[in-house]
Design a protein around this ligand. Structure first.
Ligand SMILES: Nc1ncnc2c1ncn2[C@@H]1O[C@H](COP(=O)(O)OP(=O)(O)OP(=O)(O)O)[C@@H](O)[C@H]1O
Ligand code: SF4
Ligand SMILES: [Mg+2]
Length: 332
C-alpha cells in the first residue's frame, strides 16, 4: 500500500472459518466468516471498519489480534510476522498480547461479574508482571480509573453496580492497563445510550492523541465512523470490498455496495437528503456457510454480469490509496 505511511499491521489473505455441526464425517461444514482479506493499518491512524451485521467485522478484529486462531494467511506486526500459515512460524504471543488489545461490543458481557473493578483492571498487570509491588499496582489501577473518568472508590465495586457507559469505561481501562499500541474498538458505543456515545468517542480520541494509539474502529454504520476515521474499510460477507481515506470514501464511493450503504446515510442538508435517491438492495445477505461463487455481492448487485457470477474480483487500487474489488471498475 502507500509507502509514505508507517505500517503497523500488515494483513495478507487472512481467512477465518468456523467449523459448524451438520456436516458429514467426510465433509465438514464451515462458516466462511473472513475470506482472503488483505490490508494494512498505519501507525497512529483510526481505521474504521463497517458493514452489515454478520459480515465478519468482529471475527476479523479478533483474528488480527490472535484472539481467534486464523485459518490461513499472514499477519505482520511492526515488521515481525506473528502468523504465517505457509511458514508455520512459532511465535511467543505474550509480548504481542500486551501491544494489541480489544474493547468489546457489549461491556456488561465482557466483564466478569464475580471480579471487582480493581481485579478486572489489575488482572492484565499481573499476567504481564507490570506492577510487582502492591502499592505500585494500586496506584496504577487508580490512575487508569482516573484516565477513563472513574474514581478510586470504584475499584472495590462490582460491574453490575455501574451504568452501561461506566462499564465501557472499565473495559477501556482494562485495555489500557498494559500500555498497548493497537486497540480493536469493536462497536464500543453501540450498546450505549445516545446521550453518552459522544462522551465515550471523545474520550477514545483524547486517549489516542495522548498515547499515540492506533485503532481499528468497528461500526455497523458509516455515519458513526466517518468523522473519527482517517480511512474506512467496507466489508461484505467476509471480504473487504472497498478501502479509502475517509472523506474520499464517503464522497466518491466506487463499489456498488458502498454506494448502497452511503445512500442510506442522511445528509446534513435535509433538502439534498430528500432529493438523493436511496438505493435499495434486493434479497437478504447470503449465508457465509455457502457464499455465492464469483463476486459474493452478485446476488444483490444491480450491475452484476455473467463474469461476476463466476470470477471473484480482486481488491485493486483505483486512484491513490483508494481500493475496491469490482469487475465493473477494471474497464476504466
Ligand atoms: N464462534 C463462532 N462459531 C461459528 N460461527 C461464528 C462464530 N462467530 C461468528 N460466527 C459467524 O461468522 C459470521 C461473522 O460474524 P461476526 O460476528 O464476525 O460479524 P459482525 O460483522 O461482527 O456482526 P455484528 O455487526 O452483528 O456484530 C456470522 O455468520 C456469524 O454467525
Ligand atoms: S463485481 Fe459485479 S457483482 Fe460484484 S460489485 Fe462489481 S458489478 Fe457488482
Ligand atoms: Mg460484531
Amino acid at each position: 500500500m502507500n509507502e509514505n505511511h508507517d505500517v503497523l499491521l500488515e494483513i495478507n489473505n487472512l481467512r477465518k472459518y468456523f467449523a459448524v455441526k451438520g456436516g458429514s464425517i467426510f465433509k465438514k461444514r464451515y462458516v466462511q466468516a473472513v475470506e482472503s482479506v488483505s490490508f494494512s493499518i498505519y501507525r497512529g491512524e483510526t481505521l474504521g471498519l463497517v458493514g452489515e451485521s454478520g459480515c465478519g467485522k468482529t471475527t476479523l478484529g479478533r483474528t488480527i489480534i490472535r484472539l481467534y486462531e486464523p485459518t490461513s494467511g499472514r499477519i505482520v506486526y511492526d515488521g515481525t510476522p506473528i502468523y504465517d500459515s505457509e511458514q508455520k512460524i512459532a511465535v511467543d504471543m505474550l509480548p504481542y498480547r500486551r501491544k494489541m488489545q480489544i474493547i468489546f461490543q457489549d461491556p456488561s458481557a465482557s466483564l466478569d461479574p464475580r471480579m471487582t473493578v480493581g481485579e478486572i483492571v489489575g488482572e492484565a498487570l499481573d499476567i504481564h508482571k507490570l506492577c510487582p509491588g502492591k502499592q505500585e499496582r494500586r496506584d496504577r489501577i487508580n490512575s487508569l480509573l482516573d484516565e477513563v473518568g472513574l474514581n478510586t472508590e470504584h475499584a472495590n465495586r462490582f460491574p453490575h453496580e455501574f451504568s452501561g457507559g461506566q462499564q465501557q469505561r472499565i473495559g477501556i481501562a482494562r485495555a489500557l492497563a498494559v500500555d498497548p499500541e493497537f486497540i480493536v474498538c469493536d462497536e464500543p458505543i453501540s450498546a450505549l445510550d445516545v446521550s453518552i456515545q459522544s462522551q465515550v468517542v471523545n474520550m477514545l480520541e483524547d486517549l489516542q492523541a495522548e498515547k499515540h494509539l492506533t485503532y481499528l474502529f468497528i461500526a455497523h454504520d458509516i455515519s458513526v465512523v466517518r468523522h473519527i476515521s482517517n480511512r474506512i474499510g467496507v466489508m461484505y460477507l467476509g471480504q473487504m470490498v472497498e478501502l479509502a481515506e475517509s472523506f474520499e470514501l464517503c464522497s466518491h464511493p466506487i463499489h456498488p455496495y458502498t454506494q448502497t450503504l452511503l445512500s442510506a446515510v442522511p445528509l446534513p442538508d435535509p433538502v439534498k437528503s430528500r432529493a438523493r435517491q436511496r438505493i435499495l438492495l434486493e434479497g437478504d445477505i447470503p449465508s457465509p456457510l455457502d457464499p455465492p461463487k464469483g463476486c459474493r455481492f452478485h446476488t444483490r448487485c444491480p450491475y452484476a454480469t455473467e463474469r461476476c457470477r463466476s470470477e471473484q474480483p480482486e481488491l485493486k487500487e483505483y486512484g491513490t490509496g483508494h481500493f475496491a474489488a469490482c469487475h465493473l471498475l477494471e474497464k476504466g
